[in-house]
Ligand binder design. Structure first.
Ligand code: COA
Length: 258
């Protein structure tokens, strides 16, 4: 299976598609081309009988630093036609198991995409954060919907309003990762579980994934769309411009004038 973008690598072996995010000079920040490549890979894999499980990981000790902030500042859309949205829907609707292997920073969508994977294994070096409010933005990828349901309002508010960072052990305790393992074990563990799943009866696995999501995912797509509408408007806001400019200028954001 071929990726349309050099910064997203795809390899199929023994019925497992491994997608690797490879943009180390920007801490694997995701550009529109990378989102499109991941969306296309997932849509192809959904129909491909040779793929039974997907593993998503990042290269060089980093999962992803989330959306490329320069892309956002440059006016890249997050609307429903955009590659970001295409990726979100492709992963949300993906009918086969998806397993994430996380090392290093998993920021923004790096954390929220875990809500749409079936299992996740985090190295002890993993560091999660959803800094949407810190950036003058708002939650995305249905995190405002799933986080309180998984961990309760108080803890979700701490993570989404304060943008608090958390580690692998806390991610397990919060219920968004399966296990915290030694840093060098995250990908091997994900591969091992993927290999195991790839030997199971494929229709039974797909049906079971579908059944597992019934009841919890009724409003998922609707919320993804609703949040995307707000997020798109927030990208035009002066609050976001101040936050993103401050990040690039390596200074704290100053929201005192708003
Ligand atoms: N978009 C664009 N560039 C990014 C980026 C992003 N999301 N994340 C990191 N980079 C760039 C940095 O600007 C830096 O560029 P420089 O070498 O030209 O200065 C380079 O990648 C290395 O990042 P740096 O911050 O020096 O690495 P670090 O190891 O100290 O910290 C992170 C890593 C991921 C914790 C930190 O870079 C970060 O918080 N990034 C922003 C995450 C974010 O807000 N994402 C959007 C969520 S909606």
């Amino acid at each position: 299976m071929q990726s349309s973008c050099a910064e997203v690598q795809a390899q199929v072996s023994d019925r497992v598609l491994e997608i690797t995010i490879v943009r180390p000079e920007r801490k694997n920040a995701l550009t529109m081309a990378m989102y499109q490549a991941m969306a296309d890979l997932l849509n192809t894999a959904a129909e491909d009988r040779d793929v039974r499980v997907v593993v998503i990981t990042g290269a060089e000790g980093v999962f992803t630093s989330g959306n490329d902030l320069m892309d956002f500042l440059g006016g890249a859309a997050s609307s429903e036609e955009s590659p970001v949205f295409q990726f979100m829907v492709a992963l949300y609707n993906f009918p086969k198991p998806v397993i994430a292997a996380i090392n290093g920073p998993a920021v923004g969508i790096g954390t929220t995409m875990l809500l749409h994977c079936d299992m996740a294994f985090a190295g002890e070096d993993a560091l999660f954060q959803m800094p949407f409010v810190n950036l003058g933005l708002c939650p995305e990828y249905a995190s405002s919907y799933f986080m309180p349901r998984i961990m309760g309002h108080a803890r979700a508010a701490e993570l989404l309003l304060l943008g608090k960072k958390f580690d692998a052990a806390e991610a397990v305790e919060l219920g968004i990762c399966n296990a915290a393992v030694a840093a060098e074990e995250a990908l091997p563990r994900a591969r091992q579980v993927a290999a195991e799943l790839a030997t199971r009866a494929p229709e039974a696995v797909r049906l079971s994934k579908q059944l597992l999501r019934k009841g919890t995912h009724d409003r998922g797509l609707e919320v993804i769309q609703e949040e995307a509408g707000h997020f798109q408007k927030r990208l035009q806001s002066e609050e976001f411009k101040e936050a993103a400019t401050a990040f690039m200028e390596k200074r704290p954001a100053d929201f005192s004038r708003f």
